[in-house]
Design a protein around this ligand. Structure first.
Ligand code: G1P
Length: 293
């Protein structure tokens, strides 16, 4: 497969599950420890070798654009106060000039439509898609594992990260059907968006990381609405699967669905426990709260 250089981040969602926190602030800017959700996901993409970051934003999301820009007043104040560590933290995260692009999804028509909005920025090459609601805690990251697996597959392969979910949760995700094993991956035999448990082809859910071929845009341009009245990416992938191979990869690592309150809180604890600077105190605090020793 040719090198994956570009990644799409759909960040136009309204974040209704986190109101009122998300009334004036995009949900993607909610912090997991001290980094916004979107920054964690961009970090994962960058570590996987992504060079161009494409954000599909919406109204009231301009603060995401600001986050990936310089903040001169702040930098100046940090310089004046000799805060070198904070300054280097800011410069590490800054995308190189010209490598972050922003386009707007003008109407909330679904994930498939959001991806289609990035077609001109992606052009005619395979690309990664990362949903910022999902964090995967692992080294190497989920996308790096997928790119690694992709190298052993057909040149026109599409790859989806999947993980097992309990049957009472399959109705919340896209679910794939499982075919033959190929290296670390397996052939996907079907896909259905948010099925009832009884209709689900397996208990393997689509986790929010994809490597897709550019032909998906042609399929998405037909823009027919599916589950929930939205233009579903899963439906477009199913259509593309008639002419191109789709593979699932069970990645290593723990995922957190930060679109849910519990997933978000769990991610904060898990990422906090991995941080040398705060883990001991956090652990002690948790033990106190839970009434432990
Ligand atoms: C989207 C996808 C779904 C996937 C999920 C992962 O759904 O449509 O297939 O399983 O993300 O988080 P959403 O959560 O946007 O409804």
């Amino acid at each position: 497969m040719s090198r994956i250089r570009k990644a799409i981040f759909p960040v136009a969602g309204l974040g209704t599950r986190f109101l009122p926190a998300t009334k004036a602030m995009p949900k993607e800017m909610l912090p997991v420890v001290d980094r916004p959700l979107i920054q964690h996901v961009v970090d994962e993409a960058r570590e996987a070798g992504i060079e161009h970051f494409i954000f599909v934003t919406g109204r009231n999301k301009s603060v995401i654009e600001d986050h990936f820009d310089r903040q001169f007043e702040l930098e100046l104040t940090l310089v004046e106060r000799g805060k070198k560590e904070e300054l280097s933290l800011l410069s590490q995260d800054l995308p190189e000039a010209g490598t972050a692009s922003f386009t707007r999804q003008q109407s909330p028509l679904g994930l498939g439509h959001a991806v289609w909005c990035a077609r001109e920025l992606v052009g005619n090459e395979p690309f990664a898609l990362l949903l910022p609601d999902v964090l995967v805690q692992h080294e190497p990251g989920c996308l790096a594992q997928m790119i690694d697996a992709a190298n052993a597959l057909d040149t026109n392969a599409n790859i989806i990260a999947v993980e097992e979910v309990p049957s009472d949760r399959v109705h919340m995700y896209g679910i794939v059907g499982v075919g033959e094993t190929k290296g670390k991956a397996f052939s996907i035999t079907g896909m259905v968006e948010k099925p009832k448990a009884a209709d689900a082809p397996s208990n393997l859910s689509i986790t929010g990381r994809y490597i897709l071929q550019p032909e998906i845009f042609e399929v998405l341009s037909k823009q027919s609405a599916g589950a929930g009245g939205e233009i579903q990416l899963t439906d477009a992938m199913l259509a593309l699967a008639k002419t191109q191979p789709f593979y699932g990869l069970k990645f290593d690592g723990r995922s957190f669905d930060c679109g849910s309150k519990i997933g978000f809180l769990a991610a904060n604890i898990a990422y906090g426990l991995e941080r040398e600077d705060i883990a001991p105190e956090l652990r002690a605090e948790m033990q106190r709260m839970l009434g432990g020793k």
